[in-house]
Design a protein around this ligand. Structure first.
Ligand SMILES: [Ca+2]
Length: 299
């Protein structure tokens, strides 16, 4: 199988035009060799793009001192670099392109990289995407997941994904954050919701429900659908933190959400169903949805 790759960024800091440097195969060690041949001798994380069929698939890999290379998951990797905590800091460093990139969002684990999707275009850019749904992709991601899966995140930043509640907490707890939501429903109607404040609390502590969400200062075109979920913890098919007598996540399509009893919006419901919706202005059976956060900067 031939999978030519090229390198876009080194530790999200160095840009390299690597056309002509294509691997013979898609193996990780081959990619590390190529990276060295291009002059990047450093141990560290690299973003690698798959250029076959003009796809923009991206993975994060780690090259050690030998020829070894490993796929990096959310637990792995080391680096001594001072790097960005979110897509806004990447933008401030000059990374102005939309797409996957590496951030280090955890204050308690600043060495842990996370592969995320950045939106550097909408409303001035600097957004870290926390959820993306799009039913036009092949091999759609299943959002009926456990509490642990929602905590860790799942899916693929190239396609549809949930970034994970640990990352959302880290992003929104380090500074005051704003939230941008865009949706498209089954017959092409689009709209947005903007919140000047969005925060997801820690999993444990302060007698709060896990990953309690607070939100406020709405403006937009689709209605303040999130307000009803303000102050609620996160519920999934296997962990009921809602105020309903039943289990909202299990009954309402399987997606994890900040259910109250149950919710006015849900962006994790199954594609093609009434459970993937923004009901405040009656947008339902959504085909696309995106939520993203950005540190609020005073102007
Ligand atoms: Ca309940």
């Amino acid at each position: 199988m031939k999978l030519p790759y090229y390198i876009l960024g080194l530790l999200a800091l160095v840009i390299s035009d690597a056309s002509g440097h294509q691997a013979e195969d898609g193996s990780s060690s081959k990619n590390c060799q190529n990276i060295r041949e291009m002059g990047f001798a450093e141990v560290g994380h690299y973003i690698v793009y798959n250029t076959v069929n003009n796809t923009e698939e991206v993975i994060m890999i780690y090259c050690d001192e030998k020829d070894g290379m490993q796929l990096v998951d959310k637990e792995g990797g080391t680096t001594g670099r001072s790097v960005a905590r979110n897509c806004k800091e990447l933008q401030d460093q000059g990374m102005n392109h939309d797409g996957p990139n590496i951030i280090y969002p955890f204050p308690d684990h600043p060495e842990t990289p996370v592969l995320v999707l950045c939106d550097q275009t909408t409303q001035g850019g600097g957004w870290t995407v926390i959820i993306r749904r799009d039913d036009s992709y092949d091999d759609l991601t299943d959002f009926e997941r456990t509490f642990e899966e929602y905590a860790a995140g799942f899916g693929d930043v190239n396609y549809d994904f949930y970034i994970g509640n640990e990352v959302i907490h880290a992003l929104t707890d380090s500074s005051s954050n704003e939230l941008w939501v865009s949706i498209e429903d089954w017959h092409g109607e689009t709209g947005y919701a903007y919140y000047q404040y969005f925060h997801v609390a820690a999993r444990e502590g302060n007698d709060q429900p896990p990953y309690m969400m607070d939100i406020g200062f709405y403006e937009g075109t689709i209605g303040d659908g999130m307000d009803y979920s303000a102050g609620m913890g996160f519920s999934t098919i296997d962990q009921d933190n809602d105020l309903s007598a039943g289990d909202c996540a299990a009954v309402w399509g399987g997606g994890g959400w900040w259910y109250r009893s149950c919710a006015n919006v849900c962006l994790t419901g199954p594609y093609g169903t009434e459970y993937f919706y923004w009901h405040d202005r009656s947008y339902y059976r959504l085909s696309k949805a995106k939520m993203m956060v950005r540190p609020l900067t005073s102007t």
